[in-house]
Design a protein around this ligand. Structure first.
Ligand code: NAI
Length: 331
């Protein structure tokens, strides 16, 4: 099977090259080009392509891929909200993903962000580097004994619940379906309203769907406890960024930490240090002293990259052999 790997980064090549010898039937080529409707035709002559969360997998791209002979789309990520599945089905394209690679990678990053913004590590780091050893303005809060509110207790959310329990926190959770494992470790399920109004730390771990789009907006921000720490490592559009910015201006948050945000598309994984940003969203978010933004790096651990490479290559081989694992196929 000939496979073209779009938007390849050095860490992708390292992990995929390690496991490629286990799949002699796969002929893999990398391109650092991003996948867009204009670049999709590069896949001519390839049966499969591999793409990440930031790829444009809208209708036009899928139609071009289909037209040049691609049959299989291998997502090297868990989320698939960026794929126009109606168009994929219409084109007869099979879309496969990596449903779970290292939930701990994302959950640990969520807690790292929460702690960084809580204890103002982003400011402390810069101060000490400048020989400024003053700690005024760096006061944080103990998490032990406080309430964590976890929205979505799937693989990543459950891992975050364990971490919060380990910190000595009471954990409230909201999900459309309860996890017995979460209940077993002492998580208390409640309504979203109760979670928002009682939590000192709120972390989002649900997928982006029509029902969760702008779950966090002015109405839900108004329900939050004053001085809450808010973390989003899930998907940017779960949060209405303009409403979030208004809430930050109204001093509702002790800290806001985002690994994902609306309009991240052009920035994620790119070095834009010489650019003048066209949109003011990131610039405005970064202008606040109690906001930390990372660039969709929750997944980025050695363990997660290895698991992503192994599952993606196994998905390709299984497709070639007609033995796909149904749970890895996006329906
Ligand atoms: P999962 O499918 O195991 O869990 C999602 C949970 O959300 C499920 O328990 C589901 O019932 C729940 N849910 C669905 N609709 C809901 C709603 N309306 N309200 C509350 N809960 C709802 O998914 P997993 O692996 O835990 O991933 C969660 C999300 O994390 C992904 O959808 C993705 O957006 C994000 N993610 C972010 C990464 C990063 O690098 N920052 C990497 C991987 C995933």
């Amino acid at each position: 099977m000939k496979l073209l790997f779009f938007d390849a980064k050095p860490y992708d090549k390292q992990s995929f090259d390690e496991y490629l010898p286990d799949h002699p039937e796969i002929e893999l080529e990398y391109t650092d080009t991003e996948l867009t409707p204009r670049t999709a035709s590069l896949a001519m002559g390839y049966e499969a392509i591999c793409a990440f969360v930031n790829a444009d997998l809208g209708k036009r791209t899928l139609q071009v891929l289909h037209h040049v002979g691609v049959r299989l789309i291998l997502l090297r990520c868990a989320g698939f909200n960026h794929v126009d599945m109606e168009a994929a089905r219409a084109c007869g394209l099979c879309v496969m993903r990596v449903p779970g690679y290292s939930p701990e990678a994302v959950a640990e990053h969520a807690m790292a962000l929460a702690m960084a913004v809580n204890r103002k590590l982003h400011k402390a780091y810069v101060r000490v580097r400048e020989n400024n050893f003053s700690v005024s303005g760096l006061t944080g809060r103990d998490l032990c004994g406080k309430v964590a509110g976890i929205v979505g207790t799937g693989k990543i959310g459950l891992s975050m619940c364990r971490i919060c329990r380990g910190f000595g926190m009471r954990v409230l959770a909201y999900d459309v379906r309860e996890s017995s494992e979460a209940v077993r470790i002492g998580v208390e399920y409640c309504s979203l309203d109760v979670l928002l109004s009682q939590s000192d730390l709120i972390s989002l771990h649900c997928p982006l769907t029509e029902g969760t789009h702008h779950l966090i907006r002015s109405e839900t921000i108004a329900q939050m406890k004053p001085g809450v720490i808010f973390v989003n490592t899930s998907r940017g559009a779960l949060v209405d960024t303009e409403d979030l910015i208004a809430g930050i201006r109204e001093r509702r948050f002790h800290g806001v930490a985002l690994d994902v945000y609306e309009e991240e598309g052009d920035n994620v994984f790119e070095n834009r240090e010489d650019d003048i940003l066209a949109s003011s969203v990131v610039a405005r978010l970064l202008s606040f002293p109690n906001v930390i933004v990372t660039s969709h790096q929750g997944f980025l651990t050695a363990e997660a990259l290895s698991a992503i490479a192994q599952t993606t290559l196994a998905n390709a081989s299984a497709y070639a052999e007609g033995t796909v694992l149904e749970e890895n196929v996006v329906k």
